[in-house]
Design a protein around this ligand. Structure first.
Ligand code: ATP
Length: 345
């Protein structure tokens, strides 16, 4: 089978450092992918005069899959977030974020194994904000039945495919009766009509956050609207070692963009100390997606080689500074390279 064309977006801040690392690991694991580099964010603004050039969007539509570093949106200059634009223009309506304990990374809990499903296209990310009077501004939270039903269906289907047992929806429908009420109603209907075999519960988000930090093992999958998904993802990252170890995928009906949950981390950009693991884990998710959607088992084999490699490295104590170790980005990549098995020839 020919290698799969994948769009690579290096991004901004630590983006180029972590995408370089991920590309090196994919190469060592003999992943059957060929990268086409396109830009988004500040680097695209400098090159092309816009933060999300049509050429980047069209390339992802053409290839179907992208690996993306974090992108920076210039603050306060009327730019809509690059990440939000990309998700909306490509209709990448579901964000999938597995949050798991890793060997060698000591944290308060040792039995965390959750998947967060975040609705990616609406809620308070609608971008509809108004100046009502000189001293009143308004931000509109949008929920549509189409999007709420779509993410609920997607979540339950994912739970079935991955043999997950329970879906918990965090909400604030006691206050936002219409918007969060609709999100809940759709999830409930999909559960009752099509997936009664999967356990389902609804938890008010403030109490849910408390439960998460008391005992995260009680959760299996979280289904969240857009802003709750953003906030709770970082909270959950903190349970397993931080933003350096949580990968992600943004998926739609046909397209998928894989990226770490973390942002461009400008405070450490260019210093060579970023943890590339979250993007490397996102690359493994990308390979599994290619294996499933293109019927190419060699992608799954490469993903397994990468996963075994980083699990071994972490268990051997090879940790970057964010995880309490002393390796820089290049040293960590070298430790992984040493532990990735050569493909059977
Ligand atoms: P954004 O608004 O794009 O999410 P941010 O600066 O608010 O960006 P992040 O970039 O996600 O948030 O990161 C928050 C902090 O976590 C960073 O300042 C950095 O110190 C740390 N961090 C994030 N990702 C990594 C990483 N891969 N390796 C090491 N530290 C990281």
């Amino acid at each position: 089978m020919n290698p799969h064309d994948v769009v690579l977006i290096p991004g901004d801040g630590i983006g180029p450092e972590v995408t370089d690392a991920a590309c090196r690991i994919l190469e060592v694991a003999a992943a059957p992918v060929t990268f086409q580099v396109y830009h988004a964010g500040l680097s695209a603004l400098e090159r092309d005069g816009e933060v999300l050039p049509d050429s980047t969007v069209e390339a992802i539509e053409h290839c179907g899959v992208a690996l993306k570093g974090p992108c920076t949106t210039p603050v306060g200059e009327g730019f809509t977030s690059v990440n939000v634009q990309l998700r909306q223009r490509l209709n990448l309506f579901a964000a999938v974020r597995p949050v798991r304990n890793l060997p060698g990374v000591s944290t308060r809990f040792d039995d965390v194994d959750m998947v967060i499903i975040r609705e990616n296209t609406e809620g308070l990310y609608s971008g509809v904000e108004n100046q009502v009077t000189p001293d009143v501004v308004m931000s509109m939270k949008v929920a549509t039945e189409t999007a709420c039903d779509r993410i609920a269906r997607w979540g339950f289907r994912f739970a079935t495919l991955r043999q997950r047992k329970k879906i918990t929806v965090f909400h604030k429908a006691n206050i936002m009766k219409l918007t969060d009420g609709l999100f809940l109603r759709c999830a409930r209907q999909v559960h009752q009509a099509e997936y009664p075999n999967i356990e389902y519960e609804e938890v008010i988000i403030d109490a849910g956050c408390m439960k998460l930090v008391q005992d995260p093992s009680q959760f299996d999958m979280l289904l969240l609207e857009n802003l709750y998904g953003d906030v709770v993802s970082d909270l959950c990252a903190g349970l397993v070692g931080g933003l350096g170890v949580v990968p992600g995928a943004n998926v739609g009906e046909k397209l998928a963009v894989f990226e770490a949950v973390h942002g461009s981390a400008p405070d450490i950009a260019g210093r060579g100390v970023a943890n590339p693991l979250a993007l490397i884990m996102s690359s493994a998710m990308m390979l599994n997606h290619l294996a499933e959607t293109r019927d190419d088992p060699s992608c799954r084999d490469a993903a397994e080689r990468i996963k075994s490699g980083y699990n071994l490295a972490l268990a051997d104590g090879c940790l970057t500074r964010d995880l309490g170790g002393d390796l820089d980005t290049k040293e960590f990549v070298a430790a992984l390279v040493d532990r990735i098995e050569a493909p059977a020839s």
